[in-house]
Design a protein around this ligand. Structure first.
Ligand code: C2E
Ligand code: MG
Ligand code: MG
Ligand code: MG
Length: 289
C-alpha cells in the first residue's frame, strides 16, 4: 500500500502468466483476510473531456497488494471474489473509499472542476438487495450529490435482465447517479434492448478504439465507432472511449463525436494525489508516464 501511495511505478503482472504460478485456491483462501488486513488499494485513472482536455473525474480501479505475490490486478482476483461472494464487501469498500476520495478532491480546492468518480459494479452487487440503500448512505456520508458518482456495469451483466432485475439501477439513475455501460460492444447487446436500460453513458471497449491508432486509421473501425456514436446520440447517451494511447487516436475519437476519453495517453491508473496535478495541467500536456 505504501508503495502505491508513494506513486512508485510497477507493472501489474500479466494475468495469464500469473494464473500459472499462483494457485487459484491459494488466492481464494487469503481473499477474505486480505480485506480485513487492508491489502486492497485503489488506483485512479482520469476521465478527460475530449473537446477541451479537462479532467472531469476518474475511474477507481482496485488492486491487491498481496504479501507474497506483490501487486495483483483485478483480472486476477475479481472473478474469485465474485464466485466466493467476497465481491459484495469488497465492492462496498471500493465504493466507500472512492466516495471518500471524491470528497477529498472537492475539499482540496486545487482541481479545476469538482471531480466525479466512476466505480465498477459486478453482477453479484447488482443482485445484492441493499445496493441502493448502501449507495445512498455512502453518498450521504461523503456529502456527495448523486451526480458525483458514476457506476459502471458491463453489458454482459445486464444481458437478459428483466425490469425487476433492473430496478435497483433504475432507482439509482432516478436519484441522479450516472450509469455507464462498460466494455460496450463486447457483449452482443440487442440494440433495441439498449433503450430500456437506465444508462446514460456508453463506454466503448478498447478493441474498437485500437484501430484508431493506426496511420491511416482502420476504415472499418472508423465506421463502427461512427455508427455507435450516432446510435448513442440518438438515444441521448454520451460516449466514453477506453484505451486512448496516442494523441492521433484522441483527435480522431473527438472528431467522431466521442465526449470523454480514458487511457495511457492521458495517464495510467495511479495514486489519487495525482489527480490535482492532472486537473490543473492541460490534459494534452500531461506527463505520458
Ligand atoms: P475496465 O472497467 O474496463 O477498466 C479499464 C481497464 O483498462 C483497466 O484495467 C485499465 O488499467 C486499463 N486501461 C486503461 N487505459 C488503458 C490504455 O490506454 N491501454 C490499455 N492497454 N489498457 C488501459 P485494470 O485496472 O486491470 O482493470 C481490469 C478490469 O477489472 C476493469 O476493466 C474492471 O472491469 C475490473 N475492475 C477494476 N476495479 C474493479 C472494482 O473495484 N470492482 C469490480 N467489480 N471490478 C473492477
Ligand atoms: Mg470500468
Ligand atoms: Mg471498461
Ligand atoms: Mg474494458
Amino acid at each position: 500500500r505504501a508503495k502505491a501511495a508513494g506513486g512508485n511505478r510497477y507493472e501489474l503482472a500479466d494475468a495469464d502468466s500469473d494464473a500459472r504460478t499462483i494457485a487459484r485456491h491459494d488466492l481464494t483462501n487469503c481473499l477474505p483476510g486480505a480485506l480485513e488486513n487492508g491489502e486492497f488499494f485503489i488506483e485512479y485513472q482520469p476521465l478527460v473531456r475530449l473537446s477541451d482536455g479537462t479532467v472531469r473525474g476518474a475511474e477507481a480501479l482496485v488492486r491487491w497488494l498481496h504479501p507474497v505475490h506483490g501487486v495483483l490486478g483485478p483480472d486476477q482476483f475479481i472473478p474469485l471474489a465474485e464466485s466466493t461472494g467476497l465481491i459484495v464487501p469488497l465492492g462496498r469498500w471500493v465504493l466507500e473509499e472512492a466516495a471518500r476520495q471524491a470528497r477529498a478532491w472537492r475539499n482540496d480546492g486545487r482541481c479545476r472542476v469538482p471531480l466525479r468518480v466512476n466505480v465498477n459494479l459486478s453482477p453479484s452487487q447488482l443482485r445484492y438487495p441493499a445496493l441502493v440503500a448502501e449507495t445512498v448512505a455512502v453518498l450521504d456520508n461523503a456529502g456527495l450529490d448523486p451526480s458525483a458518482l458514476c457506476l459502471e456495469v458491463t453489458e454482459s451483466a445486464l444481458i437478459g435482465a428483466d425490469e425487476e432485475q433492473l430496478r435497483p439501477l433504475r432507482q439509482l439513475a432516478d436519484l441522479g447517479v450516472d450509469i455507464a455501460l462498460d466494455d460496450f460492444g463486447t457483449g452482443y447487446s440487442n440494440l433495441a434492448y439498449l433503450r430500456r436500460l437506465p444508462v446514460s453513458t456508453l463506454k466503448l471497449d478498447r478493441s474498437f478504439t485500437r484501430g484508431m491508432q493506426c496511420v491511416p486509421a482502420d476504415p472499418v473501425d472508423v465506421k463502427i465507432v461512427e455508427g455507435i456514436v450516432s446510435l448513442a446520440h440518438t438515444l441521448d447517451l454520451s460516449v466514453t472511449v477506453e484505451g486512448v494511447e496516442t494523441g492521433t487516436q484522441a483527435d480522431r475519437l473527438r472528431i467522431l463525436g466521442c465526449e470523454t476519453g480514458q487511457g495511457w495517453y492521458y495517464a495510467r491508473p495511479g495514486p489519487p494525489e495525482r489527480l490535482h496535478t492532472l486537473s490543473l495541467a492541460d490534459a494534452a500536456s500531461c506527463p505520458r508516464n
